[in-house]
Every structure is written in C-alpha cells, then in structure tokens.
Design a protein around this ligand. Structure first.
Ligand code: PLP
Length: 448
C-alpha cells in the first residue's frame, strides 16, 4: 500500500493536514507523512475514547424528511414523491405565487434595514394575520382582546403555546387520532402528556363523528383540546358545519380549552372565509380559543417560517397579560422572529388588490389539487379497481388519506418508486397530469 493510500485510510477528519503532506514530493514527503500518520493515529484513538458525544446513538430519520432523502437517492426515472406536504405545480415544480414575487421586488426596492423585530414580531403583520383568520368583524378582535404574536410558522407557534400551557399547570393535551405527525413530539417536548380522541374511521374512510363526540365527552374538565381548523392532516376529512356546532357545545359543556391549528386556510376550499368557519363559530360561541396560523401552504412561504399565535381573552387587560407570557417564552427560545416572510404577508394582506390576487392564486392551487383528486379516482375506477375510492374526492386540502396499508405502501415504494408515508397519506400536491396515470396504475397494482 502506498503512503498516500495508507494515510488517507487512517485520517478522514484530519485530511487537510494530510493533504498538505501528501501534496509534497514523495521523497520529501515520506518522513513527514509517517510522523503525521503516527501522531494522528494516536490523537484520533484518544479523541474517540474521550469524545463527549460517544454515547450519542444514531437517531432514526424523520419519517417525512427521511422519505424525501430516500426519494432523492432513487435513480428510477419515473419516481414520484408524494410524501412531503409542499405544493407543486403541474410540472412537479415548487411554485412561488406571482403576488409574492411582486411584493418581494417592492421590498427589495425599498432597501429596508435588517434590524431585529420585537419579541412579538411585526405588529401590523400580526394584526392582519388575525383579521385574516378571525374575520374583520370578529367581536373580540374589534374589542382589542386578542393577544397575538408572530411565530416561527405553525410549528413554532404550537411549541410556544405548548410551553405556555405547561407553565400554567396544564399537564396534557388531547389531539385527534390520527393527527399531523409532528404534533406528538412538539407537545411532548413542551412538557405535555399527549392523549388522543377518535377522529377517523379507517373501515369506511370517513370521519368517526360519534366516536369523536363520545371521546371528547370523556376528556376531563378544563383540559386543552387541539382541533384542526380545516383540511385535517393527514385524513383530509373535516367535520361539516353542523357537526362543528355540536363539537363546540360539547367543548363548552366540558369547559375544555380549544386550541386551533390553522395550516391550510384558503388552501382547502379555495375560500379563506369558508375554511375559517370552524374557528369563527367557536369564537361566536364565546370560547376563549387559542390559534396557531401558518402561511407556509396558502402563501407558499414554507422556508420563510411565517406564522402567528393568538389567544382570545376576556378583556384587553387580560390579553396584555397573556401577551406578556407568550413573550416570556419566546425571548429565551429564539429571541425574535425573522422579518422577510412577515413583510411579504403584511404587504399582501394590507392591500386589497394584492389580497385579491393572493386569494385567486391560492384558490388555483386548491383547484389543481381537486382536479387531480378527481382524475386519480376516475383513473382507478377506469382501471377496474374493486375498491371504493370515493373518499379521495370527499377529502379536502393537501392530502389524500388513501387507505393503503403499510405493506401496500412498501410495495408502492419498492416496486413502483412512489414515495408516500407509511400511513398511506398521499400528498395530492405531488400528483400532476403527467404522473397521475402512473400513480393510479401503481396503486391499483398494490391494492388488487
Ligand atoms: C396540521 C399542521 N399544522 C402545522 C403545520 C406546520 O407547518 P409550518 O411549521 O410549516 O407552518 C403543518 C405542516 O404540515 C400541518 O400540516
């Protein structure tokens, strides 16, 4: 073995020093290389023995991000990623809303500074976000008794409020079964015990409304219940408005604290007002709700991390106290939120024309997804599938909860190179007019 190869084998982390040595002429290099090799061999073994990280075990990959990595490593030309919940256009490409592009140009032209935000973020962004969710005519909003802060998108808001709940004596939170995969670790890390209530009936691929009501009735008084405002992730199955009314009255009876997660407003039906109906109904019913909003999906601002957390209080004075507690948790966590994404949302929602453009562009994303739902279902039927796929078009939002089993999903991945989560959740955003037939044929193949 040459000195060069032997040395390279020995010294991966210290390769810079080695490369310097092996870069020397061979005759001059030999003694120098041997000395470096000896010293590095010694230092790497002692370093390994003493490493403070030696007992760090390899964590499993995140179920969704890990899926994307597996997809990226697959060199099959027709591979499809329907795992991750990010919108794609009909050519399968990430989509930036034209109105977002337009306001970004305006922001650049304004040559703004990059000073810190306040702990609660940009106040005008927060006001506009709250109007967007609760509606301009929302009484607590008009009375100035909703405390609101900008957050690191939906995830950050969920975590902050989980911590706040925990610090005021809440020990548990009740989430639907199933729910977005990240809810459990977010709330566990915030110190809460995560419990579930029935939500979905896998047998008939529909909402298990009776089970849901029965379980909510069994939640101990005063506990926090998490509700998805619309486009429930992963099932895509939302209660109807009459069912929301019943949920509201049971939640009131049990004096539960409703905590709404709103990640898809405008993205579900294409109409932001309709999508916020559950939240608005609860507020009209007098609930002191908490709400987390995300602008990842509806404005396509995924990586900008734009969101808001708000809490409806009894009075302005109470809202101020609540706000102070939200800030107490934000300050030592990330100090203050980023500015760019909030500026984009603020510019769009403060201008009527831009808001109209946003609504139209968001609705066209929802429309494309809905047309893919119809095509997928129709193609499966045309292929002669004996299964009932009607839930695909009954569901709403980004995901189709296909009903495929773990085993079927595995074959879908291994044989057909189609990547979706093991619970059979298919991101409809990844389905395009080009790949829908391939996906339908593969689903038919694994579900025969
Ligand atoms: C139900 C639900 N809540 C919250 C989020 C958080 O998203 P983000 O942190 O990007 O706002 C998601 C994202 O997929 C979601 O589906």
């Amino acid at each position: 073995m040459t000195i060069r190869r032997a040395a390279v084998r020995l010294m991966a982390p210290e390769s810079i020093a080695l490369k310097t040595a092996v870069g020397l002429k061979r005759s001059r290099c030999q003694p120098a290389c041997q000395a470096i090799t000896r010293s590095l061999r010694h230092s790497s073994t002692t370093a390994a023995a003493q490493s403070p990280w030696a007992n760090f075990t390899q964590a499993p990959p995140d179920p969704i991000i890990g899926l994307t990595e597996a997809y990226q490593n697959d060199d099959f030309p027709q591979k499809v990623n329907v795992g991750v919940g990010a919108y794609r256009d009909d050519s399968g490409m990430p989509f930036v809303l034209p109105v977002v592009r337009q306001v970004e140009k305006e922001i650049t032209a304004e040559e703004l500074d990059h000073e810190y935000s306040g702990i609660a973020g940009c106040p005008s962004f927060v006001d506009l976000a709250m109007k967007f969710a609760y509606g301009e005519d929302c009484v607590p909003l008009l009375e100035g008794r909703i405390a609101g802060v900008q957050t690191l998108s939906g995830t950050g808001g969920l975590r902050v409020f989980g911590e706040v709940l925990n610090s005021f004596g809440h020990t548990e939170i009740h989430i639907p079964n199933p729910s977005w995969g990240n809810h459990v670790p977010i709330f566990r890390n915030a110190g809460l015990d995560v419990k579930t209530y029935s939500y979905y009936n896998k047998e008939n691929s529909s909402l298990d409304f009776e089970g849901m009501i029965a379980d909510i009735k069994n939640i101990p008084e005063g506990k926090c219940i998490l509700l998805h405002v619309c486009a429930h992730n992963p099932t895509g199955m939302d209660p109807q408005i009459d069912q929301w009314k019943e949920i509201s009255s049971v939640v009131k009876e049990k004096k539960l604290l409703p905590f709404f997660d709103c990640a898809y407003q405008g993205f579900a039906s294409g109409d932001a007002r309709i999508d916020a109906a559950s939240l608005r109904l609860f507020v009209e019913d007098g609930h002191k709700v908490a709400l987390v909003q995300s602008f990842s999906k509806n404005m396509g601002l995924y990586g900008q991390r734009v969101g808001a957390l708000s809490v409806v209080a009894d009075s302005q004075e109470e809202a101020q106290r609540v706000l102070s507690q939200l800030k107490v948790h934000i300050r030592p966590s990330y100090s203050n939120p980023p500015r760019h994404g909030a500026r984009i949302v603020q510019k769009i929602l403060s201008d009527e024309q831009k808001t109209d453009a946003f609504v139209e562009q968001c609705s066209s994303m929802a429309g494309r997804i809905n047309s893919m739902r119809a095509t997928l279902k129709q193609t499966l039927e045309d292929l002669g599938s004996s299964r009932d796929w009607s839930h695909i078009t009954k569901q709403i939002g980004m995901f189709a909860y296909s009903g495929l089993t773990k085993e079927e999903v595995t074959v879908l991945r291994e044989k057909h190179h189609i990547y979706c989560t093991l619970d059979g959740r298919i991101s409809m955003a990844g389905v395009t007019s080009k790949n829908v037939k391939y996906i339908a044929e593969a689903i038919h193949d694994v579900s025969k």
